[in-house]
Design a protein around this ligand. Structure first.
Ligand SMILES: *Cc1c(COP(=O)(O)O)cnc(C)c1O
Length: 233
């Protein structure tokens, strides 16, 4: 299926979910998770009007960003923030969705160039307690949020999670609801959060139902990823 058709179909799904769950039209942003996709695909989506792209691996992202430097794109880092990569991530991206420790926050803040606006960050939460999963425990979000808030080079925008795959809307909604409640709790504590980064190709509707403000979509947009990328995910 041509990329433009897939992009239109994903936008249609997003719009339908917004209508179905009483969300304002256009209130949920589409982040194209472009890991393992070529520059040509990014450029084609850009001509259609897609602006936000998510990359998971720094080595892969750098040449792609350089090849798209003439385009007004917004780059979101959605992979693990490894220690030796944090500085480059801070210089090259507009957003980091996967912040999961105070050490990472300090590294990103230190490397964020003064002439750039603060780096937008979301805290990645291990919302369903899967031991193998990246992200902080729900009980520790307030502490990390306070630490991030104290770093002027970072701008705390919200929370992100990658729940375990689940079948059916009700099962998908459960962890996403827990993330939203955690987010609302932080807002109640005075943190000015405006972003809930949740929803992927399989649970986009559940995420919109539970209040996502940005969904990270890969395979529904680009087709199945090559085997290598699946292994690395
Ligand atoms: C690859 C990826 C996605 C997109 O996943 P799909 O299921 O292909 O839509 C979303 N979030 C993160 C963090 C990813 O690495």
């Amino acid at each position: 299926m041509p990329l433009a058709v897939r992009w239109g179909a994903v936008r249609e799904r997003l719009g339908a979910a917004e209508r179905q769950y009483g969300r304002a039209a256009g209130s949920v942003r589409l982040l194209a998770a472009s890991k393992s996709q070529p520059v040509s695909a990014i450029r084609e989506l850009a001509t259609l009007g897609q602006r936000a792209f998510g990359e998971s691996y720094l080595q892969e992202a750098c040449p792609k960003q350089d090849a798209c430097a003439d385009l007004p794109l917004e780059w979101h880092f959605i992979g693990p923030v490894q220690g030796n990569k944090a500085a480059e991530v801070a210089r090259r991206f507009d957003w980091v969705h996967t912040l999961a420790s105070e050490v990472q926050a300090e590294r990103l803040a230190r490397a964020r160039p003064q002439h750039m606006p603060p780096l937008n960050v979301c805290l990645q939460v291990n919302i369903d307690g899967e031991t193998s999963k990246a992200g902080i425990a729900p009980a520790t979000v307030t502490v990390l949020a306070q630490a991030v808030q104290a770093l002027p080079q970072l701008r705390l925008r919200g929370l992100m999670s990658i729940p375990a795959r689940a079948d059916g809307l009700a099962a998908q909604r459960r962890p996403l609801r827990a993330l939203r409640e955690l987010w609302q709790g932080l807002r109640g504590e005075g943190f000015e959060l405006d972003t809930l980064s949740m929803g992927m190709s399989d649970d986009l509707e559940a995420a919109v139902a539970e209040g996502a403000t940005i969904t990270r979509i890969g395979s529904a947009l680009f087709g199945p990823r090559p085997a290598r990328a699946v292994l690395r995910t």
